[in-house]
Design a protein around this ligand. Sequence first.
Ligand SMILES: [Ca+2]
Length: 78
Amino acid sequence: MKTTHILAATLLLSAAGQVQAQTVVEDLDASGGLSLKELQAAYADLTEEQFVLLDTDESGEVSLEELAAAREAGLIAE
Ligand SMILES: [Ca+2]
């Protein structure tokens, strides 16, 4: 009985942590990629130099894949 309660509490804690961890970036003009402006809406401190580093295929926009890769590499916060 006691073990069940501890397990439930642990699951609740980890679920709450995941919700907080991810920064939401919105494709406001629905272009399919993220512009510098759209990224700065979520990451106010992001510079143009950092944006260029995230845009690994130099398309001028950061795709969701590029954003995910940057997060994994630790270039940008979750
Ligand atoms: Ca790109």
